[in-house]
Design a protein around this ligand. Structure first.
Ligand code: GAR
Length: 213
């Protein structure tokens, strides 16, 4: 599939379940003027006590909770979708959103959902990616910003950042250093998508040439 970003997305919907440090990094990049006209339209959490939600409140950003526990996935996702539409979101950013999305949700935002994962995909998808990488004995690690498709941690790669695994590392220190890279990578990935200068060609996320093709 070839897809160009002719109308670059500008209004972000952030979905999170926890700490929200990636969300905060995105908000910081916007505040510092590193993301052009991009703005956060709404922050949505599926967990009422998520610290990231409190951050959104402190920043004065629109925020909503749709508790997912005990609800049917399709019904929960439909509520989240309606909220994103109400806030006229055109790019969804998963920022530590620990839920699989329904195919209907993904189809509603084709190539317009970004995720960040703390490994160099396709290595170590799923939970505890940093621990998986450490246990495997890799010598380089990192993070991946990718478009979301219907498979877990699988969509087209927008960008990756790589760090060496140090002899002094344990899984915790490795995760901390990967997180610092995530905070740079996510804003950069959003900037690429929002620039309108890239297109999806098969599995590749490539810069359009000077003629705009
Ligand atoms: C981040 O490390 C992110 O890469 C990871 O959850 C953490 C959320 O931290 N996401 C995944 O593992 C998704 N598969 P944050 O709430 O501080 O941004």
């Amino acid at each position: 599939m070839e897809l160009t970003f002719n109308a670059p997305p500008q209004r972000l919907g952030i979905l999170l379940s926890g700490r929200g440090s990636n969300f905060l990094a995105i908000a910081g990049a916007i505040r510092e003027g590193r993301l052009g006209g991009v703005e956060i339209a709404v922050v949505i959490s599926n967990v009422a006590e998520a610290p990231g939600l409190a951050v959104a409140r402190e920043l004065g950003l629109p925020h909503e909770v749709f508790v997912s526990k005990g609800r049917k996935r399709a019904e929960h996702d439909a509520d989240v979708l309606a909220c994103l539409r109400a806030h006229r979101v055109d790019l969804v950013c998963l920022a530590g959103y620990m839920r699989l999305l329904t195919p209907e949700f993904i189809a509603a935002f084709p190539n317009r959902i970004l995720n960040i994962h703390p490994s160099l995909l396709p290595a170590f998808p799923g939970l505890d990616a940093q621990q998986q990488a450490f246990d495997y004995g890799v010598q380089v690690a990192g993070c991946t910003v990718h478009l979301v498709d219907e498979h877990l941690d699988h969509g087209v790669i927008v960008l990756q950042r790589v760090i060496p695994v140090l002899e002094t590392d344990d899984a915790h220190s490795l995760a901390e250093r990967i997180l610092a890279e995530e905070h740079v990578a996510y804003a950069e990935g959003i900037a690429r998508v929002a620039s309108g200068e890239y297109q999806v060609q098969g599995r590749r996320f490539v810069k359009r040439n000077a003629s705009g093709r």
